[in-house]
Design a protein around this ligand. Sequence first.
Ligand SMILES: *Cc1c(COP(=O)(O)O)cnc(C)c1O
Length: 361
Amino acid sequence: MPRAWNFSAGPATLPEPVLRRAQSEMLEWRDAGASIVEISHRGPEFMEVAAAAESALRKLLSIPDDYAVLFTQGGATTQQALIPLNFAAPGQPADYVISGHWGKTAMKQAAPYVATHVAASSEADRYRTIPARDTWQLASDAAYVHITANETIHGSEFRDIPDVGDVPLVADFSSSIASEPLDVSKFGILYAGAQKNLGPVGISVVIVRRDLLERDGQPRADIFDYRSQLKAESMLNTPPTWNWYMLGLTVQWMLDEGGVEEFAKRNARKAALLYGAIDDSGGFYRNDIDPAVRSRMNVPFFLHDEALEKAFLSESKAAGLIALKGHRVVGGMRASIYNAMPEEGVQALVAFMDDFRKRHG
Ligand SMILES: *Cc1c(COP(=O)(O)O)cnc(C)c1O
C-alpha cells in the first residue's frame, strides 16, 4: 500500500518533507560520522540540534523571553502529574475545567497531590459544549486553573482564552499547539505532547512563565523538578534525542511553510470543508459539537446508521484514507487534521464521504 492520507489522532501523520529529510540524514548526520541518535546528547552536534529546535519553537510561537521552554520525557499525561507537584502546595486547591476526556485525565493525575476542584464541567451535556466562563466557580486560593485547549477525543476547542485574573492559567495544548497564532503571555503554563502537531511521540514541550518556577511546590525527586530540568537545559538525564531532532525538523518545516498565520488559514479551510461535508449530508453524517466550539483539529462524526461503520472503514482504507475509526470513548468516526495533513488529504476524504453517501444513502 502506498503512503495513505493518515487521519490518526496521535501518533499522527508527519510532514512528508520532514520524513524525507530524516531519511536522508539517517545514516550520517552532517559530519558526525554517525546518525544523530548514535552520538552523545552533550556533544556539540546534538547541542546544536537541541538549541535550534528551541529557537525555532520560540520563533514559531512568539514565546516571550520571560517564558522558559522545557523538552521533557514522558507524555502530556506525565506533565499533568508534574504540574501540581511543581506549582502547588500539598493539598492546595487547583481548579479544573472539564470539557472532555483529557480534562478528566489531567484532574485524575493531579488528584494525589492537590485538592482538585471542578470549576466547571460539560460532562452532563456529554461534552458537546465548553462551559461558559461566567458559569465557572473558581476556588478562592487555587494554585492554578487548568483547561484543555483542544479536546482530542470529544472534538471541542476553546476559541477564546478565558480570563482567570491573577491565577495562572495552565493549558493542555497537546492537540492544537501551533495550529494558529497564540498569545503565550495569557498563560502561566502551556504544555503539549509532541505526537499530534509537533513531531513523533516521546517528547513533550512545557512552556512556563519563569516566575512560577520560584514556587516551592511539593517534595519531589530532582528528575520531576522543572527547575532542575531548566538548569540542566532539559538534559538532567539522557533526553530523547531522536524525538527532539524530529521535533526540530517539524517546527522548522512549519516556519518554512509560513508559520502559524499560514497554518491558521489552512486549518480553517480544512475544518470548514470537512464540517461542511458533514452538515450538508442531509443527516447521513452527524457531528454533535456546539458549532461555536468545534475543534479545527479533531472532527468526530457519526453515520446515521451504525451498521454502515464497518463498510465506511474498509472502503475508506481501500481509497487510501486510514485511521478514521473514532476513539472507543465516543465511537463513530474521527478525522484528525493537524498541521501536517495537507488540504489535498481533506479534499480526498470529503470526496470519499460524498461518494459513500451516494452509494449507501
Ligand atoms: C494525546 C493527548 C494527551 C495524552 O498524551 P500522552 O503523550 O499520551 O500522555 C493529553 N492531552 C491531550 C489534549 C491529548 O491530545
